[in-house]
Design a protein around this ligand. Structure first.
Ligand code: AMO
Length: 359
């Protein structure tokens, strides 16, 4: 080692000998130290090299901190971490996005979500559960917010008194997690810590009807599209000063195919369903469930599902099921937004989409 004026920290290492442990082919398909950014497809085609860039590695340090933060926040609140099957006989989120699998001489599907199992565990008396696991959706559309394999953070809670119990818990967990991510990243001098939003304000609760007015089509009862979601995000931040917001009171007509969603007894046209948005992107979705077997079966039929295909799930409701509810939160989406990434694919090590099965 010797002192040097040119060196960043004033000292320079002078090797006495160099041993080559492993030779690199030249030229590299992708520059690692170049400032010039390569196209995302090229980066993903050569992801191992791409991941060597400090700015790319920083995203996965953030992802690690997000997962650690969520696990801690759930555990502290008495949630049990569970793992449920990913090879299923039927899906819960509608047939359009199911991936069929040849399963010996039967047909199975990859899990779109752990929905049915997390509710069954409430019937098993576990009362508070969460799961962080892959979910699969055959999303045909090529967007910057959809992938075919994503990581879903699911939670389910028993003995709730309505949607607000769920929202208050989710809000506290997100606030605590973002604070712990900031701390973890600052400790390792990860520059992404500077991007993290200040979450000292409560997340506003904005009724579905208000959002319909904001996007200029009051009373239409149609779910929001990408551009509309962005409009809602901008308006929410301008009016309430919070990048996170709840979009509440989804109408039953919009959630008809979500058979497990509870409908209000006072006004069956309404559910207690909500989304959690973050700067114009839906991050989580959930609500109170229907825990009464007869009503649940009715909702299934109304949504176009055959109760005979859900015998194992329905059995859990036959021997006592408390009121309960929960939510599903997309880990890739929250990482995308916290790290300020243009495309969700950048938030996964080896993303999968309609066209990409490699590497
Ligand atoms: P939902 O279908 O809204 O709800 O999904 C929950 C959250 O998962 C994320 N997500 C995705 N992320 C990336 N690519 C995709 N293709 C994709 N699809 C969904 C989103 C979304 O908010 N069972 C319910 C949850 C519940 O009610 O508990 C469900 O799956 O962030």
């Amino acid at each position: 080692m010797r002192t040097s004026e040119r060196a960043h920290r004033g000292v320079e290492l002078v090797p006495l000998a160099v041993t080559v442990l492993s030779r690199a082919e030249v030229p590299l398909p992708l520059g690692i130290v170049d400032k010039v950014g390569a196209e995302l497809d090229t980066r993903l085609d050569h992801r191992v090299l791409d991941l060597r860039k400090p700015a790319v590695r920083a995203v996965f340090e953030l992802r690690h901190a997000v997962l650690a933060g969520f696990r801690h926040a759930f555990t502290k609140r008495g949630f049990l971490e569970v793992e449920t099957p990913k090879l299923l006989r039927q899906g819960a989120e509608g047939g359009a996005t199911l991936f069929p699998v040849e399963y010996f001489d039967q047909r199975a599907f990859l899990a779109q979500s752990p929905q049915l199992y997390k509710q069954m565990l409430i019937g098993a008396g576990l009362e508070r559960v969460f799961e962080i696991a892959p979910a699969f959706r055959a999303e045909p559309s090529d967007t910057v917010r959809h992938i075919t394999e994503f990581t879903s953070l699911d939670a389910e809670m028993a003995y709730i008194h309505g949607a607000e119990d769920l929202r208050a818990t989710l809000e506290a967990i997100v606030q605590e997690t973002v604070a712990s991510v900031r701390k973890d990243l600052s400790e390792i001098q990860n520059p992404l810590s500077e991007l993290l939003p200040d979450l000292s304000r409560p997340f506003p609760r904005i009724p579905f009807e208000t959002c319909e007015e904001w996007v200029g089509r009051p009373g239409t009862e149609v779910d929001f599209g990408t551009e509309e979601e962005k409009t809602i995000g901008v308006r929410a931040e301008a009016e309430f000063g919070s990048p996170f917001y709840f979009l509440i009171d989804y109408p039953t007509s919009v959630k008809l195919r979500t058979f497990y969603a509870g409908r209000s007894d006072a006004d069956p046209r309404k559910t207690g369903y909500f989304d959690l948005g973050f700067r114009g992107l839906e991050i989580a979705s959930g609500g109170p469930r229907e825990h009464r077997l007869a009503k649940l079966t009715e909702n299934m039929v109304a949504g176009g599902f055959d109760p005979k295909n859900f015998a194992g799930y329905l059995e859990a409701f036959r021997f006592g099921m408390p009121p309960h509810g929960g939510w599903g939160l997309g880990i890739d989406r929250i990482v995308q937004m916290l790290a300020g990434l243009a495309n969700i694919r950048e938030a996964r090590l080896f993303p999968r989409d309609r066209y990409r099965l490699d590497p």
